[in-house]
Design a protein around this ligand. Structure first.
Ligand code: SF4
Length: 725
């Protein structure tokens, strides 16, 4: 294979002259890879490498992690706070004192004029856990607005609601090590090799040690589906029908674990009655999976000693995402597959610290999985912070997806966005744009000044990124890991916790509550607050986290090792200690293809990019591999429409249009197109985003479009304009 050459060219690895390696944890996805950033003699980050002794990744990194050191100096970083009195005027650079004084004045003005809840806060899954805790203390304990949420409502909210409905609390019960013990794995709506490459590598490693069947449920022939033993190409949005039908077969054939059901669950009679209606013959007509295949998969899953399910956005981003999660939990409860090695319901989370916000940000309640609705929890936190428990709202307020409609109706007048980019990430982008225009005061706190949502900001606060500060992330399997500070914050950007603490000082109540200066002090406070709870981190500290390269909670004082699994004793978080088997009928409520809009529109991730590309769109190699949005279309559908590979086309939905390049592939069926969701002014110009009733998470994946031809030169020009930073 030398093509005429006589000698092989040796592979040369550029000498980056690394003088020192600093320990940290990847700031992209929730896999939680331990890594080290190499600094040259001038202290400049020049390389990244995986940490061999780390249990999560064992020295490996995916392509995003390998180039992560390039983040620190990528283009578009915010240098100074910026202010303007109207969003359509030019920004002026201001001092931090001016910016925070202005922000506190505007918040006070809005809250005094319209009520505390008229100022809303939407955060992220990107900042450190200590920062989430500090933000929660500021919002719940000082500002007192109840309209406070995180962008995790767009990705993991249905998993949270599903865990709470089934088990009485959030908290993924399993871990990656379960791959080593399982005898059957079923993955719902998860393209693991592209979304979480290192978790996929852990799965492959386990498969090499002992072969077990891998079943992938996905409407698209994803990379994961191609590697699977069985692929179930389900009709979009019908997972609950398949899950109810699998349970039907298991109960009808007596394959359930009656002992586990009797000892550890309630609700069996209603559940049994409901799933009796989902015989495979009827279910097949709705979910599109052959009746015999449903029976075979049910038998396979129920008969093995240990079976596990994983899922990602294919389940969560649906009008019945929470029901889908509970359906997965039902399946594992009736087969006795919770809390044992290889038997679990494991949601694969999205952002690097999506778990940290769930645990400590107080978005959906109070810190450490405490609830606003629980009087004991309210008093505990109020006493700990030194405030009156009545200052807390009686129950959770609006989610992110309800806050934007509340701006339209005038209930919300001011908004603070922290490391989130709704102009690209929210469905029905045109509606979001209109909402942002209406705000009296919008603060955008972000690492990048060119983040799209900043177009509508009055105040921009430059936040330090990732390893420019120190703190913790929690990964998918409840592993808390440390990010050491690798270099100083860029220009005059500040760590997010510094911003929260210094804003708090500008409020009377903020001067009464203790806000710490360092993340080590903040972690100490969290540790104290966690003691004796399910989410107990009282044995952790920054030093031991680095030594052990991450520890799974609960990890109590005196513990020698973390806890790989929850519910190992079959005791759940409801008062009676039992899990709930839930009877959930399927209701068809999605937008479905018709004569005007004949194609399903599906969306998902590519390996090179992360979320709205604010980071990866600036990194040469990432962007070079995947520079432009494209649409996967089946070659037969393309031939009927006269579309050739690499043609630009215009997609039209009832909400708007988008221009994409066609990629002909059999990965999608003849009735479906797929678009990566990372690109601005693209897929979310088209999406409707109906909401799940429990989690309020949008159905990003069940929308319909038609395909139109477009002038190729015009399309190319528009495409470049939309992608230029
Ligand atoms: Fe980072 Fe996720 Fe890649 Fe690991 S798999 S290097 S955590 S992006």
């Amino acid at each position: 294979m030398l093509f005429g050459r006589k000698r092989k060219n040796p592979i040369k690895i550029a000498d980056k002259k690394v003088k020192e390696w600093k320990y940290t944890t990847c700031g992209y996805c929730s896999t939680g890879c331990s890594m080290e950033v190499g600094l040259n003699p001038d202290g400049v980050p020049v390389a990244t490498r995986g940490v061999a002794g780390a249990d999560v990744n064992r020295g490996k990194l995916c392509v995003k992690g390998i180039f992560e050191h390039e983040l620190f100096t990528s283009s578009g970083r915010g240098k100074e706070p910026l202010y303007r009195d109207k969003y359509f005027r030019n920004f002026n650079a201001v001092t931090w004192d001016f910016a925070l004084d202005k922000m506190s004045d505007e918040i006070k003005h809005i809250q005094n004029s319209y009520g505390r809840d008229a100022f809303a806060v939407i955060s992220t899954g990107q900042i450190m856990t200590e920062e989430f805790y500090t933000l929660g203390k500021l919002v719940r304990g000082v500002l007192g607005t109840n309209n406070y949420d995180g962008n995790t409502t767009l990705c993991m909210a249905s998993a949270v609601s599903g865990y709470k409905r089934s088990f009485g609390s959030d908290g993924p019960p399993g871990c990656y090590e379960d791959f080593e013990h399982t005898e059957c794995l079923m993955a719902f709506g998860s393209n693991l090799p592209e979304q979480h490459p290192i978790i996929y590598w852990r799965l492959k490693e386990a498969l090499e040690k002992h072969k077990f069947p891998v079943i992938v449920v996905d409407p698209r022939v994803t990379m994961f589906a191609q590697f699977a033993d069985i692929h179930l190409p389900i009709t979009p949005g019908t997972d609950l029908v398949l899950l109810n039908s699998l349970a039907h077969v298991i109960l009808a054939e007596g394959l359930e674990d009656q002992n586990y059901i009797k000892t550890h669950t309630t609700g069996y009679e209603d559940f049994e009655r409901l799933v009796a209606e989902y015989d495979p013959v009827s279910a097949a007509k709705i979910c599109g999976i052959d009746e015999d295949m449903i029976r075979n998969v049910a038998r396979l899953y129920a008969k093995v000693g240990a079976a596990m399910s994983i899922w990602t956005m294919g389940i969560n981003q649906s009008t019945h995402g929470t029901d889908g999660v509970c359906g997965i939990n039902n399946l594992n409860l009736i087969t006795g597959n919770i809390g044992k090695p290889g038997g679990t319901s494991l949601s694969i989370t999205g952002q690097c610290n999506a778990m940290g916000t769930r645990e400590w940000s107080s978005c959906s309640g109070l810190p450490g999985y405490r609830q606003l609705e629980n009087a004991k929890h309210r008093q505990e936190v109020a006493d700990f912070w030194g405030i009156d428990a009545n200052f807390f709202p009686p129950k959770r307020g609006m989610t992110m997806t309800d806050i934007f409609p509340a701006i339209e109706t005038g209930q919300v007048k001011g908004l603070w966005l922290i490391a989130t980019n709704p102009m690209t990430s929210m469905p029905n982008a045109a509606r979001i744009r209109k909402s942002l225009e209406k705000l009296e005061f919008l603060v955008v706190q972000d690492t990048y000044a060119d983040v799209e949502t900043n177009q509508y900001a009055h105040l921009y606060l430059p936040g330090a990124v990732w390893a420019e500060k120190e703190g913790c992330f929690t990964n998918t399997e409840r592993r808390v890991n440390l990010i050491r500070q690798v270099c100083k914050p860029y220009a005059n950007s500040k760590p997010d916790h510094w911003i929260f603490t210094n804003l708090a000082k500008r409020f009377e109540q903020g001067r009464k509550i203790k806000f710490h200066e360092t993340t080590t002090e903040i972690f100490d406070e969290m540790r104290e607050l966690s003691e004796g709870n399910m989410l107990d981190i009282s044995g952790m500290g920054h030093k031991i986290l680095e030594e052990k390269k991450g520890i799974q909670w609960p990890f109590r004082k005196g513990d020698k090792q973390g806890s790989p699994r929850l519910y190992t004793d079959g005791k759940f978080q409801f008062l009676d200690g039992k899990a709930r088997l839930l009877a959930m009928p399927y209701v068809e409520n999605n937008e479905v293809p018709d004569a005007d809009f004949p194609f399903w529109l599906n969306s998902g991730r590519v390996v090179e990019h992360f979320h709205t590309r604010t980071k990866t769109g600036k990194i040469g190699n990432m962007n070079k591999f995947s520079p432009t949005p494209y649409m996967e279309i089946n070659p037969d559908a393309a031939a009927e429409l006269g579309i050739e590979n690499s043609n630009y086309v215009r997609l039209v939905s009832r909400r708007g249009d988008a221009i994409v390049m066609a990629q002909l592939t059999h990965r999608v069926s003849k009735k479906m197109v797929f678009i990566p969701f990372h690109f601005h002014d693209c897929v979310n110009r088209l999406t409707l985003g109906l909401l799940d009733p429990y989690s309020r998470q949008p159905a990003f994946k069940q929308n319909v479009v038609r395909i139109e031809h477009i002038d190729q030169d015009l399309a190319a020009r528009l495409n470049v304009e939309m992608r230029t930073f």
